[in-house]
Ligand binder design. Sequence first.
Ligand code: LMR
Length: 342
Amino acid sequence: MSKFSHLRRTLIGGALSLALAPLSTLAVAAEPIVIKFSHVVAQDTPKGKGADKFKELAEKYTNGAVKVEVYPNSTLYKDKEEVEALQLGAVQMLAPSLSKFGPLGVREFEVFDLPYIFDSYEALHKVTKGPVGQQLLDKLEPRGIKGLAYWDNGFKALSANTPIRTPADLRGKKLRIQSSKVLEEQMREVRALPQVMAFSEVYQALQTGVVDGTENTLSNYFTQKVHEVQKHMTISDHGYIGYVVITNKRFWDGLPAEVRSQLDKAMDEATDYANQIAKEENDQMLEAVRASGRTEIHMLSDEERAAFIKALLPVHKKMESRVGAATIKSIYEATGFDPDKF
Ligand code: LMR
């Protein structure tokens, strides 16, 4: 190569890299921030729809500076793995049920699992939309997790292949539960055999008889097709299932302030939406289960309900050491729940 052509190449190369420099800087700046939002339920549920709404609003309010990828139905991670993935930064957002925070070291959320502690969404919202709910979210921060919002699902039904009309009908049954000590105690209280299992495994476990029954909301029952493998369902409303939307605190705090405030706005609106549709979604799914004709639905009479309350209420006292007597008391005070009334 002649001296001249070498010089020419160097000059052209220099000019080229100069010309390209601003472009590549722009390209980096235009790269969207990706939020992977992983969850375990179907898209067509209150949580699934809430996550999709957050995606829509977050991308709109940030003008595409943020891209939200929603992975429903345990397609990315199952219950336990998703929390590890969040801590490691492999995903940025989750909405685990309140029953699944024990393994994270925050047992107080299991207070929401106490049987019959909430008798309506209104009572529940006095906690989740008030200071007690905020104090619970604050407990996540030392674990490197930020709690962004509470999302509703609904009240639980019980299912099995034999009718459940009294607490005694659960005796000796293997029942799938979520990973909560309060739920474990609840099942032991009626002498059932609780089996902790990931949500993604429930259908098969019921189908093959690994467990005899379970508890869940109607939206989860219907979308997981549980009614196809359980002959009986009892609308007991004995407990509540809801979520905390969580993110990795380091990731959240590291976002540009403007982006974070747009995401806060998107989260607030997605939360209102999710909480508005939750009851209706579950009511509709109850009708869908009924219409399927695959399972017999039993509504508890007032006397039957009173018998379940009487059988399960001792769990509150027994779980004081697990979730804290003060936590239980703060919920009683917020909702007006009086255990001595029963
Ligand atoms: C479960 O039973 O594991 C569910 O409550 C899952 C969910 O996120 O609703």
